[in-house]
Design a protein around this ligand. Sequence first.
Ligand SMILES: [Ca+2]
Length: 301
Amino acid sequence: MTLLRESGHSDRTDTDELLSNRHGWRIWNDEDATRKRRRGCNMTGVIHKSALTSPLETVFQPIFETKGGERVLHAVESLTRGPRGSALEQAPMLFNYVRRRHLEPEVDRLCIAQALRAAADGGTHRIAVNVHPVTLASRGNFTAFLLRESAAAGIDRDRLIVEIGEQRPASDAAAFHRTVCSLREVGMHIAIDDVGSDHANYRSVLDCRPEYLKIDRYFINGVADDPARQAVVQSICQLGSFFDARIVAEGVEQECDHDQLARMGITLFQGFLYGRPASRPLAFPAKGTTLARAWLDHATR
Ligand SMILES: [Ca+2]
């Protein structure tokens, strides 16, 4: 994959125009980039994979577990932001673009490699990385890639959680299934992301037998005052119980929602209430009631 800036370009689409906003960063696969150069496009600021002082930024957000009245760090999820100041800075815009250009396998791998390097400075908590289903079904051995990158970062494989998003199902279901099985065989953990939203469905739960179900924030925000949301959350909890999967509440921002979710038996929480994404995972203490505060202090520094 190549990340680059270009100028003097004549065949822009609306999307291209959007992406050329301000700093003009665009993401190309290598084939397209080569074709552009052959056509004499004037390109500057090329950054190759081998020289990744990447314009993509990795941040981490904690997932806390409540245990005996304490909040213990269970995992950190690595998140990616696009080039700062560009139209792609926010993750939804970045990954919408990536999906439109069918660059999921390349960008997912880039983000994961970068995240594992950034997370390499110790700790025993788990590290969650995000992948698209199509990445798991793509050519190239994704499990081998993940083993290689985690080993290079000195991160034990059983600390890794692979969060499978639901934006677009993989067309090659058999290849997808093989990769999920091989990830599990080597000791990695599987999570289904944003359960309840978009394409998220029970088929993924059946096919992946995940160890985690992450409930989409849509159902979490306002759950304290909404019996309908409570019913949805309860049904996902029951599903998790049947499959022996742990439930993670995503996007928790209100103390009252936290309390309601805790009453419903949820013990894993992620959201601004506990910690905003931060650029570096600290060397976290294994547990401690002040951990959430320490994270917040760090994140807002
Ligand atoms: Ca996720």
